[in-house]
Ligand binder design. Structure first.
Ligand code: KG4
Ligand code: ZN
Length: 388
């Protein structure tokens, strides 16, 4: 099955071509620089950029995969949740393509795609990588780091045959043969969730944030320190040179028995701390200490609550995905905690943690193969679609 997937739920325009569980192309055009000027995502600007970029991005993905539209067997797109006017662009375009080709269409829940993204495995660098695999101004996803496993992942990776056509070896492929029931942490700019995944496509949300998401906490505390948006990756970098025990910030809901999170109190505590010690911001080392201390508070809550949920659920595997899963401190702390507790850890590849169409395409193909219901060519977007 050859499938085209589009993702435009927030500030990344992305298109992927997936064939039989292999990602033939995954092109992402990020708008981060544009929105940075405004300190956050401006929906109207995001929509304008999606309109401008969607066609070149989709064409780049099809060209990279060496697949003509006529050869597509199905089309997918993010249906929700997300910014309404951004979602509309990718979703309606994908429906139009499916209608024109008279092919099945499936709308995907963005969080569900994150949830299964740890089961997309890195294979090898593409032969096209480094030669401008995408098109100018677009970045083709390709960088990676390996999944970490407390005990080695069971069995060898499935061997990926050379494609008779298409771009050669794909960079990523679905690895559902390794699937184990797991507790999954989804951490992004808009959401923080713990989900019990009992079997493939069978999952239940255990808890979520009652106020700010973890990524929001990174971004907002960074803003208080004068860092540009999105501050998460910058805090991550600065934290490497800082002392995580330099300042003591609260670990909200850490000792509550539920699986919920709350980060607005932590943000407020950082706000008052900076108000009372503004001189710290003039000292590079103190800023690094501040970043390390804030990150330590966020990471401790995320990791401890994830491990506790995994123990309670009786699963042997932990997974994590979403933009904040790029965070070096979080990746290390999860690896350490899982190692100590004998859990296998599967982290989404860093290049698939932030928004991308590859995860939409892999999940869509899986759903089609498992005979899940199609989405009508004229169904509407669901901006508030929550994972159940
Ligand atoms: O999943 P994502 O790309 O978009 C949403 O659906 O929100 O996540 C973006 C969030 C931002 O808040 C950003 O600051 C955060 O992920 N983020 C990080 C890192 N990389 C991205 N936070 C901490 N450390 C990072 N390395
Ligand atoms: Zn996302």
């Amino acid at each position: 099955m050859i499938l085209l997937a589009l993702e435009t739920s927030c500030d990344e325009t992305s298109a992927a071509v997936v064939r039989d569980g292999q990602v033939l192309a995954n092109v992402v055009s990020s708008q981060i620089k544009l929105h940075a000027e405004y300190g956050g995502v401006v929906p109207e600007l995001a929509a304008r950029e999606h309109l401008k970029n969607l066609l070149p991005v989709a064409q780049a993905a099809l060209a990279e995969a060496k697949i003509s539209p006529a050869r597509l067997d199905a089309v997918a797109a993010t249906q929700g949740p997300g910014l309404g006017i951004a979602l509309l662009i990718g979703f309606k375009a994908a429906q139009a393509v499916a209608f024109a080709l008279a092919k099945p269409f499936i709308g995907i829940n963005h969080h569900e795609a994150h949830l299964y993204s740890p089961w997309i495995q890195y294979i090898s660098p593409s032969p096209l990588q480094g030669e401008g695999a995408g098109v100018r101004g677009l970045s083709a996803v390709g960088s990676t780091d390996a999944n970490i496993s407390s005990s080695k992942l069971s069995g060898p990776s499935p061997s990926i045959p050379l494609l008779s056509e298409g771009r050669g070896r794909p960079d990523f492929a679905a690895d559902f043969v390794s699937f184990q029931p797991n507790i999954s942490l989804i951490v992004s700019g808009g959401h923080t969730m713990l989900v019990l995944v009992e079997s493939e496509l069978k999952h239940r949300v255990l808890g979520g944030t009652i106020d700010d998401a973890a990524g929001e906490c990174f971004d907002k505390t960074g803003k208080l320190m004068g860092l540009p948006y999105p501050a998460g990756p910058i805090i991550d970098r600065l934290a490497e040179q800082g002392n995580p025990a330099a300042f003591d910030f609260p670990r909200p809901l850490l000792h509550d028995a539920n699986d919920d999170f709350s980060f607005s109190g932590l943000k407020t505590s950082v706000r008052y701390f900076i108000r009372d010690h503004p001189e710290l911001l003039d000292d590079r080392q103190k800023v690094a200490d501040l970043c390390a201390s804030v990150q330590a508070a966020i990471v401790e809550v995320l990791v401890k609550k994830t491990i506790r949920a995994a123990k309670r659920a009786g699963v042997r595997c932990v997974t994590a995905s979403g933009g904040v899963t790029c965070n070096g401190g979080l990746r290390k702390a999860l690896a350490t905690a899982c190692g100590k507790n004998g859990f296998t850890l599967r982290l989404a590849d860093k290049s698939l943690c932030t928004d991308n169409a590859a995860m939409i395409g892999i999940l869509a193909e899986r759903k089609l193969r498992m005979n899940q219901p199609l989405t009508a060519w004229d169904e509407e977007i669901k901006p508030g679609w929550q994972l159940a």
